[in-house]
Design a protein around this ligand. Structure first.
Ligand code: LP5
Ligand code: MN
Length: 249
């Protein structure tokens, strides 16, 4: 029995090859799994469920077909698509995950996050995050016309790109103390997150216990990546229960 984890696809009509890669993945590889977790930033920018561009409709239909086929799909908001709303979840049959979500694999308490909350060395981003996650700010944004919202989102993306270009690399990664604190608070021994685009497996020692931080990869035009968990009865040992698999065009 397999569980799959992906994040940071940043789907946009400007990058049709990544959209195609995901559509093929949802219609193919993902159908062999029991559950697919999407840990944020599926879309490059989500400006409201009423934005029915052909790409949005295609992705919604593909997710609906996946969940209708019996594969559970759980989706967490990222910093690009936190406006995915009720209509999207109802329409696709995806389950909404809060950030963080605590679950278990082979009995191991495992924490799922997008990852941006752990970037505590970047106060400008955390301030921006608090503003745009304010329900009143979101309601005001959603009252605007689609054209207006699209222009504002492009402006945020432009400002974000400009801010990132001059930020020290280090502050755009997770803060180790924040990682330890959240694992401790939830009593978890594994953390899976995306956002930083620094795919890796990190070992952390916390209170005499070994913990693991798995960072998911960003998808590109010609290559995506999926973290695969195979549940204990089928895997030979818990050591090889986790592996990474490429998604290639
Ligand atoms: O996304 P990425 O990888 O470029 O960088 C992120 C952080 N940036 C963001 C901003 C998003 O990219 C914008 C996406 C728009 C989504 C849809 C629009 C919906 C708008 C709804 C409003 C209610 O998340 C970036 C981090 C980086 O990750 C690494 O962690 O550094 O953070 C920033 O760039 C923030 C800047 O440092 C400061 C903010 C500049 C923009 C100011 C605009 C004013 C906002 C007013 C809010 C109403
Ligand atoms: Mn992100």
């Amino acid at each position: 029995m397999e569980t799959l984890f992906i994040s940071d696809l940043h789907l946009s009509p400007e990058r049709p090859a990544t959209v195609d890669l995901l559509l093929r993945f949802l219609a193919g590889r993902a159908r062999r799994a029991q559950c697919l977790y999407i840990l944020g930033d599926l879309f490059d920018a989500w400006i409201g469920d009423d934005d029915e561009t052909p790409m949005n409709l295609q992705v919604r239909a593909a997710l609906r077909a996946l969940t209708a086929s019996g594969v559970a799909c759980a989706l967490m908001h990222g910093n690009r698509d936190f406006l995915l709303g009720r209509a999207f979840f109802r329409d696709t049959g995806c389950q909404r995950l809060t950030d963080p979500t605590l679950t278990r694999f082979d009995g191991e308490p495992t924490l799922l996050m997008h990852g941006d909350l752990l970037c505590t060395d970047d106060p400008a981003y955390q301030k921006f995050r608090r503003r745009v996650r304010n329900p009143l700010v979101q309601r005001l944004f959603l009252w605007k016309s689609l054209a207006n919202r699209r222009a504002l989102a492009a402006e945020y993306r432009r400002k974000s790109g400009a801010a990132n270009a001059v930020k020290p690399e280090g502050i755009m990664d997770v803060n180790q103390q924040a990682v330890i604190a959240v694992l401790r608070r939830y009593g978890a021994v594994r953390l899976i997150h995306g956002h930083t685009h620094r795919p890796d497996e990190h070992s952390i020692r916390i209170d005499g216990r070994q913990a693991t931080r798995s960072v998911l990869a960003e998808w590109r035009a010609d290559r995506g990546e999926v973290l695969v968990h195979t549940s204990a009865p089928l895997s030979t040992s818990t050591r090889d229960a986790w592996r990474r698999e490429a998604v290639i065009a």
